[in-house]
Design a protein around this ligand. Sequence first.
Ligand SMILES: [Zn+2]
Ligand SMILES: [Zn+2]
Length: 339
Amino acid sequence: MTRMGRILRILADAFSARMLSVPIIVGGQRGVVLLSLSLILFSGCNSLASRFMARAVEQAGEPIRPVERIVASPIRASVGLSVLWAGHATVLIQIHDKVIITDPVFTRTVGLLAKRSVAPGLDPSSLTRLDAILISHIHFDHFSYGSLDQLPRSARLFVPSGGIEYTPEYGFAETRPAKSWQPFEMDGLRITPVPVKHFGGRYGFDAGWNSEPTWTGYVIEYKGTTVFFAGDTGYDPLIFMEIGKRFRIDVALIPIAPVEPRDFMRNVHTDPADALQLFNDLGARLMIPIHYATFFQGLEPTPAHAQTLLEQLLDQRGLHERVKILGIGEQLIIKEEAR
Ligand SMILES: [Zn+2]
Ligand SMILES: [Zn+2]
């Protein structure tokens, strides 16, 4: 993509004008046709889309709840494995001296209308260094241009290979295209992109444009510790059993929402029951749920819906020791530094 094309895409994001951005980006007749298609898809012709829109407009005036406490210095001098949930799919992972962040989002809104219900549980200015930034896919709530801009440039940025075209030039140490099962190693830290089940595009209308996948999961390995990050995914036994066969996973970060409407979400988003099945297929030791209770999303009856369902399942199955529900901003020390 040309530099001008990139700039226009960034501007389109800045205005979050999903539909209006179409003719800006592609120009000409094709743009007008796609604009019409987008208007049809995102307007009254599609009852599900209009329900999402109506819900988003309803929630636009809701206040953003502050986070109870923020860890002032989240990068520790000494730790074996720590995980800090900053909300949604943003997780700060430290394995010994290596620091990794997933899908960083610190902005008040994402995309056209989705708004935070809770403030971010991490201050990006407290991240004095980062080894890797892992982007799972190019949806607004995972690939946030404004948030990436707040992170140390010493990091390596991983983006699904089909998302490279969408990546502005920030001046990170490196921008790497992530391809399934093709690991990257740096100084003993090994990052392997792995397949997950989601869908592509950033603006909706561009879903079919990319020849390479625009979504991925990641496995992070360092000094005998392994963490799996799913990004957004639907349930698929073949994929997750295969990942479980190839890796001995200590901690799995697995999404549990949006739950509703289930018929629509099932293919692309695990609900709490799917997430526990996925966790089981992986054979991981510990699960930390993500992608809930942060943005107004889906058509959940209450913001706490997914967490309530998960807690009921954990009660029924006696899984509280193996599934840790974190508060936004909470940092869990899973392994101390070995002496
Ligand atoms: Zn997504
Ligand atoms: Zn998402």
